[in-house]
Design a protein around this ligand. Structure first.
Ligand code: AHR
Length: 308
């Protein structure tokens, strides 16, 4: 029958080998490395061809990479934008060329949301709220002021903007919390250490809490705190995002108090979406990744189960 043939055809289409261009942010963090591997492996394991480009945290490199994917007439573009703004033109070029764009991990700020198919990634505002809620509870019996220093992610990036916003939304409800310093450490260990050194130099013993937008900056800061002669996790409470393996190790050593999960292992889910779309299926515009939060006392038990 007619419908049998149609079904056959759509089966064949979904099994079609696709050429997928992937413009990744960079290799700035352990989270990013795990995310790159997850996506690369999922694309290859499904038998598709991957064209990979590492932007080294530079927007101009991403614009170039996407233009090159368009010239090469790839079947789909996977794109994790380093910053939120400034991608409208190149995304329109992709749309005009008929190439679907799948946003992963980070969102873009464009007026026309027909420029991308779906956004698969974490809810960064919620991650910031989780960090804030943990602190409010942890400090419930403590009198103020509670002085917080914040290490922000890359300026203009979705996780830096949203994690700051979610955290502030919660801690601003109580007068005792004060964010005394807030600066970017670009999501890297080296910058995290450097900025924490400067924080310690100016505010030293007054710092009660460090809120770091990712693990790598937190681990750099922990080193700075130890070199300064204070105990991370005790003298200064440490809140980090990502929940990579190293965060569990730091918590098991008593040096980090809590890690908010940001799950990078969505490669297989992404490939399913790309295949479904290629086969003409409907895709939701926003797909969130399920995440949790882990504290120091859970670290030893959970460490062997962590996959990234
Ligand atoms: O966009 C996700 C963030 O980018 C991760 O939390 C951070 O480690 C990475 O660099």
């Amino acid at each position: 029958t007619n419908s049998d043939t149609e079904e056959k055809e759509s089966d064949d289409q979904s099994a079609e080998k696709l050429v997928i261009g992937f413009s990744q942010v960079g290799a700035e963090s352990e989270w990013r490395t795990a995310n790159t591997k997850s996506i690369q492996n999922a694309i290859k394991d499904a038998g598709h061809e991957l064209k990979f480009s590492d932007a080294q945290q530079k927007q101009e490199n991403q614009i170039k990479a996407i233009r090159s994917f368009i010239t090469q007439k790839v079947d789909a573009i996977v794109f994790s934008p380093v910053v939120e703004t400034g991608f409208e033109t190149v995304l329109r070029e992709a749309k005009d060329a008929g190439i679907p764009v799948f946003l992963v991990d980070r969102a873009v700020d464009v007026d026309d949301d027909s420029l991308w198919v779906t956004f698969l990634g974490s809810d960064f505002v919620e991650e910031g709220r989780k960090a804030g809620n943990w602190l409010v509870e942890e400090m419930a019996d403590q009198e103020g002021p509670v002085n917080i220093v914040e290490l922000q992610g890359t300026v203009g990036s979705a996780p830096a903007i949203d994690r700051k916003q979610g955290f502030e939304e919660i801690v601003s409800k109580e007068d005792k919390f004060e964010i005394i310093k807030s600066q970017t450490g670009d999501f890297t260990r080296a910058k995290g250490k450097e900025v924490m050194e400067a924080f310690l130099k100016s505010d030293g013993e007054n710092i009660d809490v460090l809120y770091s937008h990712n693990y790598d900056m937190a681990i750099g800061a922990i080193q700075a705190i130890e070199e300064y002669g204070l105990k991370p996790g005790e003298d200064i409470k440490i809140i980090g995002v990502d929940a990579v393996r190293g965060a569990f190790e730091a918590m098991a050593d008593g040096k980090m108090n809590v890690t908010i999960e940001c799950n990078p292992l969505f490669g297989p889910q992404l490939v399913e979406l790309i295949e479904k779309h290629a086969a003409g299926g409907e895709i939701e515009k926003r797909i969130a990744v399920e995440e949790s939060m882990y504290t120091m006392d859970q670290a030893e038990e959970l460490l062997p189960t962590r996959k990234y």
